[in-house]
Write a protein that binds this ligand. Sequence first.
Ligand code: NAP
Length: 251
Amino acid sequence: MHDKPVALVTGANQGIGFQIVKDLTSKGFTTLLGSRHLERGEAAAQEIGPGAVALQLDVTDQASITAAAQRIRQEFGRLDVLIQNAAISTTTGHISSPQAFVMANRPSVAPIDEVRAVWNTNVFGVLAVYQAMLPILRDTPNARIVNVSSGAGSLTLVSDPNSPLRPGFDVTYAASKAAMNALTVAMAIELEAEGIRVNAVTPGYTKTKLNGFDGTETLEEGAAEAVRVALLGADGPTGTFTSATMGSLPW
Ligand code: NAP
């Protein structure tokens, strides 16, 4: 078995995931930098340096997920932390403006194929990676899972007529994060008796490709809550949804 704690971060070749890998590696983890394109992952891991290891992982490709789990089992024999970070807001890879995005993704007009593709990554991908990695997490003492969600997926917040998040509750991206929150609760319930903690975090509005670099937080700020929750000890909570700036969020 590998002698350092091992973390896997999905979708980590850029953005918040990249920063999470950087931070966990600096805390002594061997951090597996998940990337759907191996060469992008290798370049990102090289930028971070020793301790960051590129891992080909496309969360929409079952063969890729299975191969990644096999590699982790064989090469490291442990998985202390799983951070489910990979997500997309659109399949076009480009957002002209947040306002235009919300208008195009209202329930009445959102293209169903686009909604399916985004949910395939943000929801079904999360469940598929969970199922593949769970046997290794179960064999690792004090294992935990952090799902990188969004305040935009809080049904309680968007149901508040005064919430600034309410007008942006689209069915493609924001609703996929509400579904991810539901998965988080289900996973936390399933694993409660085994002591594997499952929590969701929101990075805050962070300057990344996901929002056309419109965000206001830095990558360091965006990664902070996922890293904090990943580092909580065996007596840490499960089934929580938190933010670095807002504390506990309602589901
Ligand atoms: P980002 O810069 O666009 O990064 C997303 C990452 O996910 C990229 O590395 C991307 O890979 C990867 N990815 C996409 N599809 C994938 C797939 N099928 N398999 C594996 N990896 C895949 O976005 P980000 O802002 O850092 O987002 C990170 C997380 O934070 C997401 O869960 C997002 O929902 C959440 N979040 C972000 C904000 C924000 O303001 N940025 C706010 C709330 C929540 P490629 O490079 O190959 O595309």
